[in-house]
Design a protein around this ligand. Structure first.
Ligand code: P6P
Length: 328
């Protein structure tokens, strides 16, 4: 069966927007280069720590910074790209004086990089929005304004998953040629699931509704779920979201007593928003537990938020645990 290449897909989907075709191709090319660097890091002495911390106060890996530079170099020549917002760089990088219709690129160049030294899957996450007002150099746009979002997963294969809001399609990079082919057309999230993902070590920090939901899941056949509820935790959001897009499930990184001051752990602009955009386009749901993630009005580029996303009915159930707690 001949599969469309990414270029064929983009050319037919974005007939009237060649600049966006070029931007997505540049992002995909950057991800192919990052994949190569990740696979060969041990030979280049690029594992371990970079000896620096990012705006998040997290230890940076050499590959965090390398991946950031690869995206900047690959996309920076696009004449309609006005600004970059990267997890690894505190300030917004303005590439030109913004004009209406220009693109804004928000990205986490290497998400889950703490897994690199132990050879577990990592990924790149990106979100694209557009300049609406040329006078304001404002990058704080809510998630509903995204025109495109996606990720690359560096696992047993390199898969580039992309949505423009209507559906979600996955393209696998063929080793040898480096061409991406459509291997996961129209990915959808099953409405129900028996699988959840959370860092259970943080149980003592959780708020009551999260603790009650997880405790009920762990009661399995003898509890209110009346069935075995499986658990996964890879500590790499891209891998968790990809699993959910392939077979369903729910992913939780809630606000808890340990991260409450920061607003949660995951970043709104380049983790929560793009993943929420993908999950909703695939028929799932993405919430803070109280509100839709895509409706959150951002207050600063590296803002953190609670994230609960995946199978629609399961996310709704978790919201009901929050509502019951709020009413008590
Ligand atoms: P923890 C990776 O650092 C990340 O941002 C997400 O990719 C991942 O889901 C989460 O943090 C892992 O957090 O607390 O398990 O290390």
């Amino acid at each position: 069966m001949t599969q469309d290449s990414l270029r064929q897909y983009l050319s037919s989907t974005l007939k009237n927007d060649p600049a966006l075709v070029f931007l997505i191709e540049d992002i995909a090319a950057a991800c192919r280069d990052i994949s190569y660097r990740v696979r060969n890091a041990a030979f280049a002495g690029e594992l371990g720590s970079a000896g620096s911390v990012n705006i998040q106060g997290e230890a940076q890996k050499p590959l965090d910074l390398i991946a950031n530079d690869i995206v900047e170099q690959s996309c920076g020549q696009n004449s309609k790209l006005a600004a970059l917002v990267s997890e690894e760089i505190e300030e917004v990088t303005w590439l030109k004086t913004p004009e209406v219709g220009d693109y804004l690129l928000y990205f986490d160049p290497l998400d889950g990089s703490s897994n690199l030294d132990v050879d577990v899957s990592v990924g790149t996450i990106f979100s694209v929005m557009q300049v609406r007002d040329a006078q304001s150099k404002d990058v704080l746009k809510q998630g509903t304004e995204q025109i495109c979002a996606g990720y690359a997963l560096y696992g047993p294969s390199t898969i580039f998953v992309l949505s423009f809001g209507q559906d979600v399609n996955g393209f696998t990079c063929k080793s040898g040629t480096g061409t991406y082919y459509l291997t996961h057309p129209k990915m959808t999230v099953p409405a129900t699931t028996s699988e959840y993902a959370i860092n259970a070590a943080r149980r003592d920090y959780w708020e009551a509704p999260v603790r009650e939901y997880i405790d009920d899941c762990m009661l399995g056949v003898n509890g209110p779920r009346a069935r075995f509820m499986n658990m996964r935790w890879i500590a790499s959001m891209v891998a968790e979201v990809h699993r959910i897009l392939v077979r369903g499930g729910v992913f939780l990184y809630p606000k808890d007593s340990n991260n409450a001051k920061a607003g949660g752990k995951l970043r709104l602009m380049y983790e929560a928003n793009p993943m929420a955009f993908l999950i909703e386009a695939a028929g799932g749901k993405a919430s803070t537990g109280h509100a839709r993630i895509l409706d959150i009005p951002p207050t600063e580029p590296h803002q953190r938020v609670p994230v609960i996303l995946g199978s629609r009915d399961e996310v709704t159930l978790i919201e009901e645990y929050h509502q019951k707690n709020d009413a008590s």
